[in-house]
Write a protein that binds this ligand. Sequence first.
Ligand code: BGC
Length: 254
Amino acid sequence: MARGTDKHAFGIDIGGTGVKGGVVDLSTGALVGERIKIATPHPATPESVAGTVEELVSRFSWDGPVGLTLPCVIKNGIALTAANVDKHWIDTDARALFSTALGGRQVAVLNDADAAGLAEYHYGAGKDVSGIVILLTFGTGIGSAIIHDGVLLPNTEFGHMEIDGHDAEHRAAASVKEEKGLSWKEWTPAVSKFLKKMETLFWPDLFIAGGGVSRNADQWIHLLDNTTKVLPATLRNTAGIVGAAMTVDSAPAP
Ligand code: BGC
């Protein structure tokens, strides 16, 4: 695949288990060609992940700009937190690191849930919804994105909201269900509690539930007893890639 056209952009989603990338058609939000996933190196230090990113991009022979996600607060390309990822990311200039690894090209870096939120809002479950949309990704942690009439407020980190003296993600993330062997019925009260708290603070018009558990949405979303409608994410495992590709335009030139 050659250089980016107006409609095509390249996105990479960096997660705890995989570094996934592909070319995105920005007019539809669909992937053009294949999505390639390479296992995340362990330890997932900035340098080792940058090596994986370089390898991934080389498999596409893409020479245009690249958008990337990280599960971290990102300000001006710099990672400021690392809740569920190697702590060496804290204070790493991720934008400079990836740009160098990719031969000095233009890159954009944003939080993984922010990317998924943008993608779901424009192409997925949030399409044509006006007002306040909150996407929550239920995985190892809980990622969040809040979008008002198409505009993202970045780095919200609602998963770290304190509920009953604990980080919300330590009670309501999908990893908690897995680690404790909880049934859907046993896990969802913690999710409801979290959503209700969000409702009293942000009064959203729609929640979008993302992460791996969105595949089983029919087994648990009806068990929630909060007020606001909850829809499962529809882009599934491409949302991060698509959202990353959408932000490429905002990247400063190298
Ligand atoms: C991190 C967020 C991230 C989320 C999902 C949380 O623990 O603090 O930055 O978006 O996990 O990966």
